[in-house]
Write a protein that binds this ligand. Structure first.
Ligand code: ATP
Ligand code: MG
Ligand code: MG
Ligand code: MG
Length: 439
């Protein structure tokens, strides 16, 4: 992409309305634009990041055996009357009437709809296990939308729903998602800790919130500091092997980690003092086994091997890709701007032409640009006539992991400069060597 033809509305001023660093940086980097309270348009740079996050989420869902679908944003109130949640959900639900005066709503989540789909098609235990997910916009009329896309009213969610014959197989499904989440957050460059969360009337201990520690987080959390150094499962993990999954889950739940609602001060104090972490956290994911809460009232039953009909056991598993865009920035930035992990950077490389109009510099940049394109590497070519200082500032602000800096002086000796955004190191080296470093 050539910056001269791109749409990158950078703000030089620090926006006053933004209280936390990720919100300020997303506005300054031209990633998002607020259209109403808690409702955002995603501008090109933001859209690229959001898509990359979704792709990581999708790859790990697919790897674990979940199957992608797409359910609508608008739902019928009648479905929610069946589960009893139409009245219970309260003011967070945006209620709508269509032209026939039918009650509709903008979905805050999809348990009812998924249960309806299962009830229509899934008749036998032979059709199970099943895990269906989608990545779709949700609306929750939050009392206090704030911090940009961190707590917005319209937001993107990946929500998966597992369907099983009994509790034991539902736990295997839960463990699959648990492990898929560990892998997903690791690939996004985050240290997300699974913390015991409230199960409400469902009971049991199959609810975990995946939390990243950040001073701007809205939840108070408590955990053992060893979680920060624990290895995550590799891509070779066998999702068809319940024992292997259970071993990973056991290890990741062996140390104390709880949200405020489930906090047990005595258990926390049993951790050696130097390893106790009491911190603020951001909820980036949540997995939950809810048994027959919806299948029973909505009559989603299957016949077991004995021919007897029984309600299916279900769980739901959410990740917020739009919140993640902000959470990743909270975890990875410096005073100059965003530092994207390579996996989700909007462009992996920034190509900075320090003297547009100089024939040799232009030619060298064009050649590098073409070479990167042929290697399928996303590059943003700064071919504008801004001053070098402003080009450096933009590249750092938008957080591109690699910057190739091309100017006439270096070129006279066949050299360019290669800068790594993560640690600020710069090296002068021949073009071919710079390209080799990136690929
Ligand atoms: P919170 O406690 O932050 O209100 P929640 O517990 O209500 O979140 P869930 O119903 O568990 O959220 O939804 C799954 C995921 O969706 C959350 O873990 C989070 O990543 C994302 N999410 C929920 N609410 C919002 C929101 N208002 N804005 C952005 N993302 C959200
Ligand atoms: Mg909420
Ligand atoms: Mg929550
Ligand atoms: Mg939650």
């Amino acid at each position: 992409m050539r910056l001269s033809r791109y749409f990158l509305p950078i703000l030089r001023e620090v926006p006053k309305e933004a209280e936390i660093v990720s919100h300020r940086l997303m506005l300054r980097a031209g990633m998002i634009r607020q259209e109403s309270a808690g409702i955002y348009a995603w501008l090109p740079l933001g859209k690229r990041v959001l898509d990359k996050i979704c792709n990581v989420v999708r790859e790990e869902q697919n790897r674990s055996g979940a199957i992608e679908i797409l359910m609508p944003t608008i739902q019928s109130a009648d479905l929610w009357r069946e589960s009893g949640r139409y009245d219970d959900y309260g003011k967070e639900m945006l209620r709508i009437k269509d032209r026939h005066e039918r009650d509709m709503l903008f979905g805050p989540t999809n348990e009812e709809m998924l249960t309806e789909i299962v009830r229509a098609y899934v008749k036998s235990y032979k059709d199970l296990p099943l895990n269906l997910y989608h990545i779709q916009w949700k609306f929750r009329d939050e009392v206090r939308p704030r911090f940009g896309v961190m707590r917005s009213r319209e937001f993107l969610m990946k929500d998966a729903y597992s369907v099983d014959l009994d509790f034991e197989s539902a736990v295997v499904a839960y463990n699959r998602m648990f492990v898929a989440y560990l892998r997903t957050f690791e690939r996004l460059g985050l240290k997300a800790i699974p913390m015991v969360a409230d199960t409400g009337p469902i009971g049991g201990n199959h609810s975990h919130e995946f939390i990243i520690l950040a001073s701007t987080g809205e939840s108070q959390v408590f955990c053992h500091s060893d979680y920060l150094g624990m290895d995550t499962p590799g891509s070779d993990v066998d999702f068809q092997d319940p024992a292997a999954l259970q071993t990973i889950v056991n290890r990741w739940t062996s140390l104390y980690a709880a949200t405020e609602e489930k906090h047990d001060e005595a258990a926390f104090e049993a951790i050696p003092e130097g390893q106790r972490l009491s911190a603020r956290g951001i909820e980036v994911g949540h997995i939950f086994y809810f048994g027959t809460k919806y299948s029973e009232p909505m009559n989603a039953t299957v016949a077991g091997p004995d021919g007897v009909e029984r309600p299916v056991h279900m769980g739901s598993y959410g990740i917020g890709p739009s919140r993640l865009a902000a959470a990743i920035i909270e975890a990875s930035h410096d005073e100059n701007g965003i530092i994207w992990p390579e996996a989700i950077a909007p462009f992996r490389v920034g190509l900075l032409n320090l003297k547009v109009g100089d024939a040799a510099t232009d030619a060298a940049c064009e050649a590098i640009y073409a070479e990167l394109a042929s290697r399928n590497i996303d590059v943003l070519y700064d071919d504008t006539d801004e001053r070098p200082g402003s080009k450096f500032a933009t590249a750092d602000l938008i957080g591109l992991p690699w910057q190739i800096i091309v100017g006439p002086k270096g070129l006279a000796n066949g050299m360019v400069e290669l800068k790594r955004r993560a640690d600020g190191t710069r090296e002068t080296l021949p073009v071919a060597a710079a390209l080799a470093r990136i690929t």
